[in-house]
Write a new protein. Structure first.
Length: 100
């Protein structure tokens, strides 16, 4: 198993386009032996301490293998809508890990 955590930082006012992309991309995860474990939008008050900008959303996704994750990223249907992600996301941080 591989776990992918993504910190997502949006461009101001781009929530609608981001949500539209996520509505398409999230169901595709299952096609590649993946599972969205959680997706959250942390409130500013939920940060006890932070030395980085607080993200708009945090995702934790599990894939059966790194290859499945790579196939998900290059899915043809998902790629048709990456323009929505590109125009709405200022930056994202991807953290890959394994269960210890």
């Amino acid at each position: 198993m591989i776990y992918v955590t993504q910190l997502v930082y949006l461009k101001p006012g781009q929530e609608k386009d981001f949500d539209e992309f996520e509505a398409i991309a999230i169901p595709i995860i299952a096609r590649y032996n993946g599972k969205l474990l959680f997706r959250l939008r942390p409130e500013p008050s939920s940060f006890i301490e932070s030395s980085i900008q607080n993200p708009y959303e945090v995702h934790l996704v599990e894939f059966a293998s790194k290859e499945d994750f790579e196939r998900f990223k290059t899915d043809d249907e998902r790629k048709k809508y990456t323009h929505l992600k590109d125009q709405s996301v200022a930056k994202s941080v991807l953290i890959e890990g394994v269960r210890l």
